[in-house]
Write a protein that binds this ligand. Structure first.
Ligand code: UDP
Length: 329
């Protein structure tokens, strides 16, 4: 059985569905602070609770034979992390330490970690590969890098096999439109644009148009949530296949294509067939100007390749927003 923490969240819920499709038994823990019970695939066992609750973990590890843990439960908003850093160190670092301690106790050896491109900070080159130095500029990125550091030390001392996946900007929704992105408050670019184009807000804010990028707005690399999920399944199968071998790997997961905020507004307008009102705002604290992945390592080692381009990613997000104008509620 695979334990998925945060399996009621946006990314976790997509991975749970894909795991179940591939015949894995899945157990989800989620405290439902930001996740949605409606998003959890009915084939999974669901337990409501905190990943850092030792009693709950003990009960789970005693009752079920857990082969591997996929750890999605986390706080993951760059802007919020600048305003409330301790929340990030508590939820992303302290809770993960507790989870890893219990895994050690029960000899659970396989771990897949949701990391982030925010670990890189402001790289001095336009395409980011895994060997570049990590200098995160916000508490979110710092908290994720701390966990990567812990995993590395723990792997040396305790034979933990892990793969940390550094996500670039995750977007889109399940192809059927049954599950998708629903945050409250919503802070991410694509849902904010699409909700605006649905008439739910008077304008879309652009946080900074004076960056050193071709059109002055920030550039990000957007990856479809289904492609991201496929990366997790490949990572899991790699760990399970190479049981006897030590695995301690970090892979970027991105599409290798940078899209600026202005370009994204334009693409969303094309998909939705509507025109956006934009309002230029000051820069948002903690935002690097440009983050674009090299995903050569995961392509080479795990054979991963993205199937969605940016337009089809937006189309699936638009489909979700149209089917669920008020999210899961
Ligand atoms: N952004 C924006 N308006 C919004 C939301 C985001 O201009 O309403 C910008 C944000 O400043 C960043 C980019 O869009 O440069 C992507 O932000 P998002 O929050 O989606 O993801 P992040 O890169 O912070 O993980």
């Amino acid at each position: 059985m695979i334990l998925v923490t945060g399996g009621a969240g946006y990314i976790g819920s997509h991975v749970v569905r894909d795991l179940a499709d591939r015949g894995y038994s899945v157990l989800v823990i989620d405290n439902l602070t930001t996740g949605h019970i409606e998003a959890v695939d009915k084939r999974a066992i669901f337990i409501q609770g905190d990943v850092g609750d030792p009693k709950l973990l003990e009960r789970i590890f005693k009752t079920y034979s857990i082969q591997a843990v996929m750890h999605f439960a986390a706080s993951c908003l760059v802007g919020e992390s600048v305003v409330n850093p301790l929340k990030y160190y508590q939820n992303n670092v302290v809770e993960t330490v507790r989870l890893l301690q219990k895994m050690n106790e029960y000899h659970i050896k396989h771990f897949i970690f949701s990391s982030t491109c925010a670990t890189y900070g402001i790289p001095n080159q336009s395409t980011i590969h895994e060997k570049l130095p990590t200098n995160p500029i916000n508490p979110y990125g710092k908290s994720k890098l701390m966990v990567e550091t812990m995993l590395n030390s723990n792997s040396d001392s305790d034979d933990l096999n892990y793969i940390a996946l550094r996500y670039f900007n995750v977007a889109g929704a399940y192809h059927s439109g049954e599950i998708g992105e629903d945050h409250d408050p919503e802070t991410h670019l694509i849902p904010n644009i699409l909700r605006h184009l649905q008439g739910k807000s008077p304008y879309i804010e652009i946080f900074g148009d004076d960056y050193a990028t071709p059109d002055g707005t920030c550039i990000r690399d957007y990856i479809h949530v289904t492609d991201l999920s496929a990366g997790h399944i490949l990572a899991l199968e790699y760990l399970l296949k190479n049981q006897g071998q030590k695995t301690a790997e970090i892979f970027n997961l991105g599409n290798e294509r940078g899209v600026s905020v202005l370009e994204m507004i334009n693409l969303c307008e094309q998909v939705a067939g509507a025109k956006a009102n934009v309002k230029i705002q000051p820069r948002r604290k903690g935002d690097p100007p440009q983050l674009v992945a090299s995903s050569q390592k995961i392509r080479g080692v795990l054979g991963w390749a993205p199937r969605y381009d940016i337009k089809s990613t937006i189309e699936t997000a638009w489909n979700w927003h149209q089917k669920h104008p008020n999210g899961y509620n």
